[in-house]
Design a protein around this ligand. Sequence first.
Ligand SMILES: *[C@@H]1O[C@H](CO)[C@@H](O)[C@H](O)[C@H]1NC(C)=O
Ligand SMILES: *[C@@H]1O[C@H](CO)[C@@H](O)[C@H](O)[C@H]1NC(C)=O
Ligand SMILES: *[C@@H]1O[C@H](CO)[C@@H](O)[C@H](O)[C@H]1NC(C)=O
Length: 593
Amino acid sequence: MSSGTSLFAALGLLGLLRCVRSCTNLIVSKGASADGSTLFSYTADSGSLYGTLGHLPAGQHKPDEKRQIWDWDSGKYLGEIDEVPYTYNVIGNLNEHGLAIGETTFGGNETLGGGEGVMDYGNLIWVTLQRSKTAREAILTFDKLVSEYGYVSDGESFTIADPNEVWVLEMIGKGKFEKGAIWVAVRIPDGHVSGHANQARIQKFPLNDSSVCVYSDDVISFAEKIGLWDSSRKKEDFSFADTYDPITFAGARLSDARVWSFLSRVAADRSFEKTYESYVLGHNVSAAARMPLSVEAGAKISALDLMSYMRNHYEGTVLDSRSDVGAGPSGSPFRARPLEWHLGADAYVHERSVGTPQAGWNFIAQLRSWLPPAIGGLLWFGVDDASFSVHAPFHGGTTRVPHSYADGNGDALTFSRDSAFWAFNTVANFLYPRWFAAAGVVQQAGEAEEHFARALELEELVAVAKYRKDPAAALEYLTAADGARADKIVQEEWALFGQLMVTFRDGFHISSLGPQAPDHGGRQGGIVPKVEEVGYSNRWYERIAQDTGDHYKVPKTSGQVQALEQTKLRTLSRGIAARDAKSPAGLHLELVV
Ligand SMILES: *[C@@H]1O[C@H](CO)[C@@H](O)[C@H](O)[C@H]1NC(C)=O
Ligand SMILES: *[C@@H]1O[C@H](CO)[C@@H](O)[C@H](O)[C@H]1NC(C)=O
Ligand SMILES: *[C@@H]1O[C@H](CO)[C@@H](O)[C@H](O)[C@H]1NC(C)=O
């Protein structure tokens, strides 16, 4: 018992130390979006993360007021910083001015983590959202905060977006060398798409054009100081990513590959997917083989499109993992963790896709310049795996979070029947071993989101009209509408779970025999359903036979013995409808190729 306890304690400690988010951001500049908004998506992926929508109300502060900081990952208290006289309303990762910030952790050079100070990357985001109106202002706030209070996290790529511009800012600490951080921020050109996923992406950057690139003064000189850059080389050749986070197999295959899954679908260059195939497979991992930070979009992309790119699992590409033995009989793209596993002297990996079970929450920020900022900023918020999220729209000026998405309603150790996180996890965990039912659920989620987008058109017309006379009343109207819709999403998710349970209970496909179905006169269990066996694909049966030889084989018989055998099998399958060649095993065969 005692040794078991200490093992748990040791594992718990390791868990805390390793608790770093592994996330994805996909980015669409204003000129590449269908409606002229800037768009980006974020999924916060960490097994320890519980998905709620945070809210920091706007506030006036006294001159001596302090703001306390707890590390977002570890929960450790880091210290306090000076408050500012006025802080803005922040809902999730969006504020009332239509500024939104996301991130992915790249880690980077091992000597540059663990810096001294108070600012971790999570609070850097939320404090900046409380204090800045535009992307450019946010970049200055980032710099001020890490210079004054130090930066304690590992290397990070941030997406910083307002209704007109979207920037990627990459930052890494200075470890034990100095307080603070070094960083580069690059504006994504209008008409371009970009993304980052746990691998630094900014290679060379323009040194003399602050309209498209700004950086900390010491981004090159610090590298020189710690021996990562030779001062005799031309400054123009300096690469942030190749200096502070050089590419590796895992950086290409498990990280950049997620960005590739998006860019290869949307790039104007239709050969993009093929061009970088050998790179994302990890066959050619070199700085020269890497994808550019951004590429021109081939067609306009909507917020709803971006939601579908977040449901990606490399379907139809060289990284599609739905048909090998690890996919199981239902053809799932997911594998039990760890990501890297070992056999003898060799190491292997599983694919890491954008849609992923361990996500805590995810969103799509849609930032529209033609509406009042408090209405124009829209956060389409989802919990858990983006594969199955139904995204609830929340406006940046709204002032309350509905109960089902609020902190305090359940947590990672407390199941709650009315929390969004547990509702969506219940459905997703039901679907993981029944991937054949996933497509239907994804389609339903997309239809619900389309319906919300249409409903918003009218709601926003009403809100804008109200806003002209009484901004507070307009925001109260949106707060009520957004909250009611979000609570309803959770109720509908439980209804969906009920429907899935009824349909796929116990390895069957269960449906109605139609209006004439016998019902035992309303007694003895009532209705008699149609129960079909799901079975496996032929390909899967072949695998079982290959694996077990004659172990399950039925001896060949004929005549009376065979008839007796069939009668016995019918008895063993009581209550099950006669096998239909097309359904539902047919459904199975389509998916498991
Ligand atoms: C990390 O930086 C140190 C200098 O602080 C350097 O010696 C080391 O080679 C770097 N590691 C990598 C993987 O580049
Ligand atoms: C920046 O420097 C490059 C050469 O390094 C030059 O070609 C370019 O014209 C300069 N741009 C500006 C805005 O000064
Ligand atoms: C790797 O990619 C680079 C850049 O595209 C190319 O120059 C090089 O020949 C490639 N190497 C191999 C082994 O394919």
